[in-house]
Design a protein around this ligand. Structure first.
Ligand code: ACO
Length: 332
């Protein structure tokens, strides 16, 4: 039976490092507060205006193709997961396809925030299993830094997020036990306004006003405690559901690579799942929360540094704005 294999991973982050102390120069916060509550030490921001998620994705895709042993021209479909598309329309996947020199290759944008990579994985898995495409570039890419509020009012959100991109090349595999075993995703829009970016909005006429800028509607806002409660409840719940359906015990897992929203959230989730802390991979201290890019970025780094190896059994749980959440079980 055809399964979907991770053929190669790649990632890219901009070179500009922004430490907690750098943020403390701009608004009332401290390295101690940020590290204690989130585990974040630094994050990356684009170096200058004009660099979008599709630009960050180009080197990530090139690296993933190299690691998969394919040419960029072999890609036959793009899925681009992002909550910060380069522009309102068209989607970042179209910009990326053009930058990679892939005219005619279909490009689908997925707008499911921190769960975007898993929603994209479920789609790519279905495409590949039914024989529609053979080399899917599944990208998570974000530029958050241009939307953040660098004042005391925005500090709860601003300290969390960073820019970056990562890509998985997915393709069919007919033999062996490697491949995507299961992906389960969910959404509950009753929490939509607990973590959102309200404007500019098609729901308003005009979509943007000076008042909206003055009221800070153009920056992301969050009910942090509510998000925290939901994330620490839904990530273990969906993880258990996927594991039980596939008769996999926690002890069978080689790694858990959760979405990197907040180290404290992931420590809670690991405790609830009773997974050994040394099996949980974190890189939030270096990059902050890169939403759709965070799981493939952590996976790509862990493969590059030799921790995660071919054949390892990996659980990928996530939770994000929407609310959306999910988990994937993959034999790499
Ligand atoms: N620096 C210093 N102080 C701050 C900061 C900051 N950056 N942000 C908030 N504070 C202050 C608050 O103003 C408040 O002060 P007060 O007591 O005088 O009113 C105090 O710190 C406590 O604020 P809380 O919001 O209650 O702090 P909490 O302990 O809940 O931690 C946090 C805030 C870290 C945001 C937490 O709620 C959290 O982790 N929530 C989940 C957020 C998250 O992970 N979001 C992204 C996930 S989904 C996705 O990835 C899209």
């Amino acid at each position: 039976m055809t399964k979907t294999a991770f053929l190669g991973l790649g990632h890219y982050v901009p070179s500009k490092v922004v430490t907690n102390d750098d943020l403390a120069q701009m608004f009332d916060t401290s390295d101690e507060w940020i590290q204690q509550r989130t585990g974040i030490k630094e994050r990356r921001y684009i170096e200058e205006s004009g660099i979008g998620p599709s630009d960050l994705a180009v080197p990530a895709v090139q690296m993933a193709c190299k690691n998969a042993g394919i040419e960029v021209s072999d890609i036959d479909a793009i899925i681009f997961a992002t909550l910060s598309p380069d522009f309102n329309f068209p989607g970042s996947g179209c910009f990326l396809g053009d930058k990679l020199g892939l005219p005619g290759v279909p490009a689908l944008d997925v707008r499911n925030q921190c769960s975007g990579f898993l929603y994209g994985l479920q789609i790519a898995d279905a495409w590949i299993k039914c024989g529609m495409y053979k080399r899917v570039a599944l990208v998570g890419g974000e530029v958050h830094s241009t939307a953040l509020d660098f004042s005391d009012e925005g500090r709860d959100v601003t300290v969390l997020f960073g820019d970056g991109a990562a890509c998985a090349i997915l393709g069919p595999i007919e033999e062996g036990n490697r491949g995507v075993i299961d992906v389960e995703v969910h959404a509950d829009g009753s929490g939509a306004k607990d973590l959102w970016l309200e404007g500019p909005a098609s729901a308003y006429k005009p979509r943007i006003t000076h008042e909206m800028i003055d009221n800070k509607t153009v920056h992301p806002s969050m009910n942090g405690r509510h998000v925290f409660r939901w994330a620490t409840s839904k990530m273990p719940e969906v993880s258990r559901s996927v594991l039980e359906r596939n008769n996999v015990a926690i002890e069978d897992l080689d790694w858990v690579i959760p979405h990197q929203a907040n180290k404290r959230i992931n420590e809670f989730v690991a405790q609830k799942l009773e997974v050994a802390p040394e099996k949980v991979i974190h890189n939030i201290e270096k990059y902050g929360n890169t939403t759709a890019a965070s799981i493939p970025l952590a996976l790509s780094e862990a493969i590059q540094d030799g921790r995660v190896k071919e054949g390892d059994l990996v659980l990928l749980p996530t939770f994000g704005s929407g609310f959306t959440w999910g988990a994937a079980l993959v034999r790499l």
